[in-house]
Design a protein around this ligand. Structure first.
Ligand code: P6P
Length: 352
């Protein structure tokens, strides 16, 4: 890496060009190796699984960046288990992440937003299972808005050597051993936690590497940004309406991209609250517990924030009963969630 050397008085001040926005610091691979000791039980499998996810992210990033040029944007002409029209990139991302996880050999099963049932990848000796939304917010890709991948990693409960079982994927969010997201935005970032804080890596496509750019990410305890689809306002529970009105009275800033990872990432960096309350169309909320809410809840708590469902539950405490179940989600700065809870009149067990 070219360093600019500035000579002043008798000292040499080495101004690393990285401060001008070029890739900086530790590569993802070296970071994972250096922190492998964090996983006392693992002998490298989880490290390899994180690398497998990063590889798929690089490939999906390349496909997304081509979307404008090649005919891969737009609808695929099919619908997924959710009954949602599948965008071509949804399908491509699903295929890419499943292939990377299957070939990586560390995973015995996958739950994906794009697939109805557990995907048994045929690797009975894989110690882990993954719940993933391969490309969340993909309807935004045609209008060039940031989109994301969201993933959760669990240790399997069934015996190693047997096929993946239902119990392996029906674990509460508290059991996650790692979780994260990829944000395909102005720059592509991989943000994840293994329960030892939150770290962010920025992708340098010219080098094909993720570089550590955000260490020890913490969400500000207070914030003045609220993210909610106000088009649904009239359908919200009365207490939520009251809370949103106080945000306006306090002259908070409304920011809603309609892409969960992008909204979450901004609030993580700047402080804020994201709300997806129940609506007439989605009376349990729209977002999916297993492969959207749990990962972000793990991340936000590791960053000092809070994630609840508005019914008195920490998101991470919810015991799932089906793969694609939905949950209302209120997630963000600790004190903003505390304010919300005054309206919900609930004393959810808060993260300590
Ligand atoms: P609405 C995208 O479909 C998504 O799952 C999230 O990325 C996003 O935050 C939310 O739904 C947007 O939903 O109902 O406001 O368009």
């Amino acid at each position: 890496m070219l360093n600019l050397r500035y000579y002043s008085q008798n000292t040499i001040t080495i101004m690393d060009k990285s401060k001008l926005g070029l890739p900086v610091g530790t590569t993802l691979d070296r970071f994972i190796k250096r922190n492998q000791d964090d996983f006392s039980y693992a002998t490298g499998e989880l490290s390899q699984l994180l690398r497998d996810i990063a590889l798929a992210a690089k490939i999906v990033n390349r496909e997304i960046n081509k979307a404008g040029l090649l005919n891969i944007a737009g609808a695929f002409g099919s619908t997924n288990i959710q009954g949602e029209e599948q965008q071509k990139l949804d399908v491509i991302a699903d295929i890419r992440f499943i292939r990377a996880l299957k070939n990586g050999g560390e995973v015995c099963g996958i739950i994906s937003e794009e697939e109805e049932k557990i995907i048994d990848v045929g690797n009975n000796y894989g110690k882990y299972v993954v719940a993933i939304d391969p490309l969340d917010g993909s309807s935004n890709v045609d209008v060039n808005v940031s989109i994301g991948t969201i993933f959760s990693i669990y240790r399997r409960l069934s015996p190693v050597g047997a096929p993946v079982q239902n119990e392996d994927v029906m674990q509460s969010g508290n059991e996650q051993v790692a979780a994260g997201y990829v944000l395909y935005g102005a720059s592509t970032m991989l943000v994840y936690t293994t329960g030892h804080g939150v770290v962010g890596f920025t992708y340098e496509p010219s080098l094909g590497e993720f570089f550590l750019s955000h260490n020890h990410m913490k969400i500000p305890e207070n914030g003045s940004i609220y993210s909610v689809n106000e088009g649904n306002f009239n359908e919200f529970p009365e207490k939520i309406k009251e809370y949103i009105n106080t945000c306006k009275e306090k002259k908070y800033t409304a920011r809603y991209i309609g892409s969960l990872v992008a909204d979450f990432h901004r609030n993580l960096l700047k402080g804020g609250i994201y709300l997806y309350p129940p609506t007439q169309k989605n009376q349990d909320g729209k977002l999916r517990l297993l492969y959207e809410c749990n990962a972000l809840a793990f991340l936000v708590e590791q960053a000092g924030g809070v994630a609840i469902d508005g019914k008195g539950n920490r998101i991470l405490d919810i015991k799932p009963y089906e793969y694609h179940q939905r949950a209302a989600l209120y997630i963000g700065s600790k004190n903003m969630i505390k304010d919300l809870q005054k309206y919900l009149e609930l004393n959810t067990v808060m993260a300590d």
